[in-house]
Design a protein around this ligand. Structure first.
Ligand code: MN
Length: 424
């Protein structure tokens, strides 16, 4: 048995070197085949491994769990096995697909049952998300927004470097990549207008984010330390926190975002395990002033994950990359976010989603929203077809992608993609 993350591992399944899903990744999702019920799967190359069929074939015996968990609409019961068994499951799949293991390699009959082409299945929302929290943890993003909307000299509010600021979002409108949604309508008040008016947003924006999924519940009253936090994190996925900037500007004082955010959010379909991302750990942001003891941590808790955002304009045939950022620009780590979230005794549940907040880097080309990229619409972006964008227009598709790469191994997330429809 070779450890699932080993760069030397090779699969007997042909995998394109540019695939986000080599044998070292093995992210989890939910898929559906025509006429069948949804079930749990693992992505490899351009294929999906049917965990329910693999269980029927006897591969999951050592897990010693009710194998019904793989025939489910969501991954929640699989994640509920706990970190150790999830780790064992990923290793079982790794061994199944290992080029040196003839068991499945030399059984085309069994392969036909267990392995499907991604093109032949429909990917579904992987997790039943109970609660969704969005943080605001990129210092460049918070500085840019504070500079635009408040005061360049005091861009960060006094609390920002002392706690990971966040708000409770809404899970009902989180959709799986590939969906479309209607341009939201709401109250908008122009700076020079005496009263608000009602209508479709004129400032629809994306937010480049990564979210993490909770795989272990905590008990109300308990707090999770930064050291224990990783035990509660199952994995990560790309996330677009769609935002209507004009609605947001008028509504957000004093309780934060509400209708400017909860009309739609997009999640990528494959949950990349924290285990698969371990090789990409990197040093965290130097935090100054020092944080309170419950937010302190040791080791490298940041992650080096390059990310990009593309726009496919409503009339264009070609995407334009409008932002190249990296998760490593985060000021606050996931472990700090989770420690802060639970420090008051707030309990978390399997399937909760915690998103990073917009991930902007120091360079203008690395900003993670149109608000920053066009500096509030004052510097429009040019798409490849010559069209200009201040914000996102009807018919536009926005695609987030990202993958980490080290020692010749590429661990990617696939796509987080959605299309905007005209207001209903
Ligand atoms: Mn956000």
């Amino acid at each position: 048995m070779i450890k699932a993350n080993d760069p030397k591992l090779k699969s007997w399944l042909p995998i394109d070197p540019s695939s986000d899903f080599p044998i070292q990744n093995l992210p989890f999702g939910i898929f559906k085949r025509e006429g069948k019920l949804p079930r749990a799967g693992v992505a490899i190359g351009d294929c999906v491994i049917d965990l329910a069929e693999a269980a029927l074939a006897g591969y999951m015996k050592e897990l010693n769990v009710n194998l019904q968990i793989f025939e489910n609409d969501y991954l929640n019961p699989v994640m509920g096995m706990g970190k150790e068994k999830c780790r064992m499951l990923r290793q079982i799949v790794s061994d199944m697909m290992n080029a040196d293991n003839p068991e499945l390699r030399d059984r085309p009959d069994l392969q036909k049952k267990i392995i499907h082409k991604c093109a032949d299945v429909q990917l579904q929302m992987p997790v039943r998300i109970g609660d969704y929290t969005d943080f605001y943890s990129s210092i460049d993003h918070a500085t840019n927004v504070g500079t635009m909307f408040r005061d360049p000299a005091n861009a960060l509010l006094p609390n920002w470097k002392h706690l990971p600021v966040g708000y409770h979002g809404r899970s009902s409108s989180i959709c799986i990549s590939g969906h479309s949604f209607y341009r939201p309508k709401g109250q908008i008040k122009a700076a020079d207008a005496p009263l608000p008016s009602f209508g479709p947003t004129k400032a629809l924006d994306f937010e480049l984010e990564l979210g993490f999924i909770i795989g272990r519940p905590s008990i109300m009253g308990d707090s999770i330390t930064t050291e224990a936090a990783d035990d509660y994190i199952f994995g990560m996925a790309l996330f677009n926190d769609w935002s209507a900037r004009d609605i947001q500007t008028w509504e957000y004082v004093p309780l934060g975002p509400f209708l400017a955010k909860n009309f739609a959010s997009t999640l990528s379909p494959w949950i990349v395990t924290l285990d698969a991302l371990e090789p990409f750990r990197t040093e965290g942001y130097k935090q100054d002033p020092p944080v309170l003891p419950y937010l302190q941590y040791t080791g490298n808790k940041n992650l080096d994950i390059p990310l990009e955002v593309s726009i496919l304009g409503k009339d264009s045939k070609e995407e334009t990359i409008v932002s190249r950022s990296n998760y490593k620009y985060m000021y606050w780590t996931m472990e700090q976010q989770l420690a802060h979230h639970t420090v008051n005794g707030c309990n978390i549940n399997i399937g909760d989603l915690m998103a990073s907040g917009t991930i902007s880097g120091p360079e203008p080309s690395s900003f993670g929203s149109m608000l920053e990229l066009t500096w509030r619409g004052t510097k429009p972006l040019k798409l490849k077809d010559g069209a200009e964008r201040k914000f996102i227009e009807d018919g536009d598709t926005v695609i987030i992608r990202g993958h980490a790469e080290r020692n010749g191994v590429r661990i990617g997330f696939g796509e987080c993609k959605a299309t905007v429809l005209p207001a209903k």
